[in-house]
Every structure is written in C-alpha cells, then in structure tokens.
Write a protein that binds this ligand. Structure first.
Ligand SMILES: [Mg+2]
Length: 180
C-alpha cells in the first residue's frame, strides 16, 4: 500500500510532471536514433518490456526487434526495467534473449517504476552514471518521468499494440494524451 502511495505521489508532484517531457518521441524502438545516442554519450539502453519490446504480457519479441537489439548490443549495454507483476515471465526474458544471441540484463529491483530502484539496479550493474543511460518506454509516468527523475535520458515510444492493454490503462493513456 505504501508503495502505491509513493508511486502516486511521485507521479503527481509538480517535479514529476515537469519530467514527463521525453527527450525524444519515436514510433517504435526500431526508430531509435543511433546518432543521437552517440551524441549524448549513451552507454546503456534500458527498455520497458510490455508495449515497448512487444505487446502487453507477451513473452517473445518479433524478428525485427530481435535483429535490432542484436545490432544495438554490439555497442551498448542493454537492460529491461519492467513493472510487470509476472516476475517469472520477466525473469525468463534473460534466458529468452540470451538464447537469441542478445545479452540483455533484466532488472531485479523490487519496487516499481517510477521509483528509482529498477533504474538504480541497472545503472549500478552496468557501472554507469545515470546520465550515461537512456530509458526507452511507452509510459509517460513510469518510464519517462521515472527515468528523468533518476537523471537518465528518456525516449518515448508509441505503445506496440494498444489493443493488448488491460482496460484500466485507458485512464492513463487519456492523461498522457492531455499532457502531450
Ligand atoms: Mg510499457
């Protein structure tokens, strides 16, 4: 309960609202601007999972996404920070991506974005400063504001498949629409 209150507080403070402006907005992760990553001296690219890498609650990425991640992993350290309550599915992504030839570390932070735990876990695991990391995600409050509050850059993607989301996401999407 305290965690939910803290998340609500973080998402609603004026500071957090000011952090809801992404550094870049793109259609999908495939449009990630590699020149922009270089220009900003990014070393680590951290992805949200649901509706960023694949549809909500999926377990696998499609061939184009896999190929892109494989290319990206040659130059950048890659991570996943997810709020999914299905810990087994999320922890299984480690093995799934590894089996596809992509080294991508899944966060083991206990609390949920926008709390700093998952960002902190990955930045420390990658021995990187927050400013050397970029968070890529579809959610303005958990992914974008969370990462920017922690000091990371943030890139907003359009939801991979909005129809795959549970109904209760509609309210969040409506507020996102008003803010953007
Ligand atoms: Mg998401």
């Amino acid at each position: 309960m305290l965690e939910i209150l803290e998340m609500a507080y973080l998402a609603m403070t004026a500071e957090a609202l000011g952090k809801c402006i992404p550094d870049k907005s793109i259609g999908s992760i495939l449009e990630l601007d590699l020149a922009w990553l270089s220009k900003n001296r990014i070393k680590c690219v951290i992805f949200d999972a649901d509706n960023t890498l694949f549809p909500h609650h999926a377990k696998k990425a499609d061939a184009k996404v896999l190929a892109f991640l494989k290319t990206l992993s040659k130059k950048y350290r890659l991570g996943i920070a997810s709020n999914s309550p299905n810990k087994k599915r999320i922890s299984g992504l480690d093995a799934y991506f590894k089996s596809k030839g992509v080294k991508i570390l899944v966060s083991k932070g206990n609390r949920r974005k926008p709390c700093p735990d998952q960002f902190d876990y990955l930045a420390k695991a990658f021995r990187s400063k927050p400013k050397e990391c970029v968070m890529v995600g579809d959610n303005l409050f958990t992914d974008i504001a969370g990462a920017k509050l922690y000091g990371m850059k943030a890139v907003k993607v359009k939801p991979y498949d909005p129809k795959s989301e549970p109904m209760y996401f509609m309210f969040m999407r409506l507020v996102e629409h008003i803010l953007s």
